[in-house]
Design a protein. Structure first.
Length: 155
């Protein structure tokens, strides 16, 4: 087993059975925190739960454009199941990556395309991120949607 296949089998996603359940769980978890200092710390803690990416995947080919921080992302699978593996050099951005993967990774292309990122508004995330982090989050979500669209078209 090489590092790439080891990484694929180490993915903790999906956690919940559906994207809707994942978004509801995220909203519930964030509701426990009284202020954004605590929520940022929780994002950092979530980011630490991401499995590391194998070094061969940390290349410009896998770098997500549109992020100020370095984010590497790899998509695997087909229309029946798409798995995303990603990590950032920023603790908070890794937390944002964790949330997106929790909702979308390990799902079918159809599920991904049918699921708007409602968790962002539900937890007030966009109001509390810098414009560069909001842009990076939009780029991450666009990458996921684009891969789901292409996988669905390949059917």
């Amino acid at each position: 087993m090489n590092a790439s296949s080891a990484q694929a089998s180490a993915s903790p996603f999906p956690i919940e059975a559906t994207p809707v359940e994942a978004q509801a769980a995220i909203a519930e978890e964030f509701s426990y925190f009284g202020d954004w200092t605590e929520r940022y710390q929780y994002l950092i803690d979530l980011g630490r739960k991401l499995p590391d990416l194998p070094d061969p995947w940390k290349t410009e080919e896998h770098r997500l454009l549109g992020c100020q921080s370095k984010v590497w992302i790899v998509a695997q699978g087909n229309a029946d199941r798409l798995d995303f593996h990603a990590i950032s050099d920023s603790s908070i951005v890794s937390g944002l990556v964790f949330l997106a993967l929790r909702v979308y990774s390990g799902r079918s292309a159809a599920e991904i395309l049918a699921t708007a990122p409602d968790y962002i508004a539900a937890i007030g995330l966009s109001k509390h991120l810098s414009s560069s982090r909001n842009n990076g989050l939009a780029a991450l979500l666009a990458f996921i949607q684009d891969h789901a669209r292409r996988a669905g078209d390949a059917r």
